[in-house]
Design a protein. Structure first.
Lengths: 229, 229
DNA sequence: TGTACATCAGTGAACGCGCGTTCACTGATGTAC
DNA sequence: TGTACATCAGTGAACGCGCGTTCACTGATGTAC
């Protein structure tokens, strides 16, 4: 079907459902095997369709990669949004998010409140090695491909805005620029932590997790700029 | 020369020099073009030798990858070691390291001392986009290959020990476990920061750099555990 | 209700290419006697 | 000093394979009349 254009991104017909199915398989394969083994043929095989059929929906490999990336980042953002949208109420511990709180607070004690729940939920996300691996792939891809980098930066821009809003609610006196700066450092810490908690740069230890939680919480909730040197 | 074994890793003859030359080219290519284009043929072409000649020194691609990785991590560690070996003296600002201090302290003021110089030097390293890109590649590689992961964890283990020693000198009362935990979080922050300062996850901003410097410094120098919630 | 036709969904074979690896071979360089 | 020989350093061609892409083709499904 060379003269016909590929199906558009909107609509809810059979084609759209198939397209979504193919993306499901592609995403699964990318997480399981990494970018190096992410070929049109292997995705088609994983999805149980023929090569030509996959190409009916994604004529070029780059189309498939872009679509998978968009979905992965969109899904991560969807997962973050409800966590970060809850305005922090600094009373007794709020309802912990579903899935429990696997991060031990170590010697820091048990910091209550929505911010602590938020950090714990974000770190709990890193318990899925496949997801951490996927983000490592995405970073490497972004480092080499400016189009991917633009998409990744868009993701972290939105993520950062959500965190900054959370901080603004949590630390009333703080101006917007300071909130953004704190949010940026918070993301640096959490994303860096994924490398050191998922076996890539190191394995998790309860002590480091405790200190991580404390530092992340300070970024989210500490009332004023640090006392200085 | 199929029956002869490849040259050993020790010695200083012509073979060793050639081997080092080839690794220079390979490293350069890996940084410039990424792992996806890192093939035996492209490395041979970059080094100006024939494919068969490269294979005389590195019979399999995996041998070349392992050798380059070892050198990259070793070289980074060599760069870190003198920075971290200097015991922190908390007097007026020590001699800034060569290359200047491109990180602005923002609203935090100018925290003096060896720790601040250290953080500034580490962040200055991240001004080289090629190096950041290379580490992104290495993380992705480690996420997929346990042998690579082991080498990467070894690197960060040594790096972490150096940082922990620095902290132990800087914060006299702190016990060893707390120093290690702080060192781990420090590395999470600095490695995560590389993504957000080199255009991968975001671009640098002076405000975020200022907050980053302040948070990193606190991890290195703050006298006691945080005041708690 | 039936027919003609366009579009959609899916098949299957072939293309040229770059890849890692194998292998037989050739000079150059040392080393023993 | 000369010769024989082993090892080192480097060449060049070929292999089978998986890759992305192209393209002609076939049923199924809708749509107009």
């Amino acid at each position: 079907m060379s003269p016909a254009p590929p199906p558009a991104g909107t609509g809810t017909g059979k084609g759209e459902r198939k397209r979504a199915e193919l993306l499901d398989s592609a995403e699964e394969l990318l997480i399981a095997s990494g970018y190096a083994e992410f070929s049109m043929r292997s995705v088609a095989a994983a999805a149980g369709v023929r090569l030509g059929h996959l190409q009916y929906y994604f004529p070029a490999r780059s189309d498939l990669v872009a679509a998978v990336l968009e979905r992965v980042l969109g899904r991560s953002l969807d997962r973050l949004e409800p966590l970060l949208a809850t305005a922090p109420v600094e009373g007794p511990a709020a309802e912990p998010p579903a899935g429990g709180a696997p991060v031990r607070a170590g010697a820091v004690g048990a910091p209550a409140g929505a911010s602590a729940d938020l950090v714990r939920a974000l770190l709990a996300d890193q318990d899925d090695p496949a997801l951490v691996r996927l983000f490592a792939e995405v970073w490497a891809l972004a480092a080499l491909d400016e189009a991917v980098a633009e998409a990744v930066r868009g993701f972290y821009r939105k993520y950062g805005e959500l965190v900054a809003t959370h901080i603004a609610c949590s630390v009333p006196g703080l101006d917007a620029a300071a909130c953004r700066a704190r949010a940026a450092v918070f993301m640096m810490l959490v994303e860096g932590a994924s490398l050191f908690r998922a076996g890539i740069a190191a394995h998790r230890t309860p002590e480091a997790d405790g200190r991580l939680l404390a530092t992340a919480l300070e970024l989210l909730t500490r009332p004023e700029p640090p006392p200085g040197a």
